[in-house]
Design a protein around this ligand. Structure first.
Ligand code: 5GP
Length: 183
């Protein structure tokens, strides 16, 4: 059977990755990889669907047993892509999406030659900040951390990613992403 493809989708926090991905994969047969994290679940999040929510000790054990394709500390919590998750999907011929941070994406780029890197670019820094402020879940300190790293992330997006989608219009951007995933 033909193996599935690996898409890595990254971009600054607030660029609209979640909404865009959900919209783009509505009619596609693509799997979203479920990462493991030490972050506590937010209201409405389901273990095993949104993330695998793990204790620090369990996460440590997975790191020690080399279960992760990559893992990173992102805004004070650890997040990792499980090798088994990606392998199972692509071996079954399914395309898989990893929605991970920019540093994790660059790791995958250097380790998995066939991975396709897609960057979601906000229309501007001002717009990014406005979107982060519009999200009630984020504290002021979190907004600051996320906006501080965004210029570096955007530079990496331009330099290192094969595909850049500007999310200035959700319908247009979701259409572009769906075309890339579906072809
Ligand atoms: P959140 O806590 O808001 O769900 O995610 C915070 C950040 O962690 C996002 O930028 C998200 O893309 C990133 N992230 C989620 N899962 C992974 C993962 O498995 N690996 C890496 N490197 N980053 C991840």
């Amino acid at each position: 059977m033909k193996k599935g493809r690996i898409f890595v989708i990254a971009g600054p926090s607030g660029a609209g990755k979640d909404t865009l991905i959900k919209r783009a994969i509505e009619d596609l047969n693509v799997r979203l990889s479920v990462s493991a994290t030490t972050r506590k679940p937010r209201p409405g999040e389901v273990d095993g669907r949104d993330y695998r929510f793990l204790s620090d000790r369990k996460f440590d054990r997975l790191v020690a047993s080399e279960a992760f394709l990559e893992w990173k500390d992102v805004y004070g919590n650890r997040y990792g892509t499980l090798k088994s998750d990606v392998e199972d999907a692509i071996s079954a011929g399914l395309d898989v999406i990893l929605e991970i941070d920019v540093k994790g994406a660059l790791d995958i780029k250097s380790r998995v030659e066939e991975a396709i890197l897609v960057f979601i670019m906000p229309p501007s820094m001002e717009e990014l900040e406005a979107r982060l402020r519009g999200r009630e879940a984020d504290q002021e300190s979190e907004i600051k951390t996320r906006t501080e790293i965004a210029p570096w992330e955007m530079e990496m997006g331009e330099k290192e990613f094969e595909i850049v989608i500007v999310n200035d219009d959700i319908d247009k951007a979701a259409g572009e992403l769906a075309m890339i995933l579906g072809r």
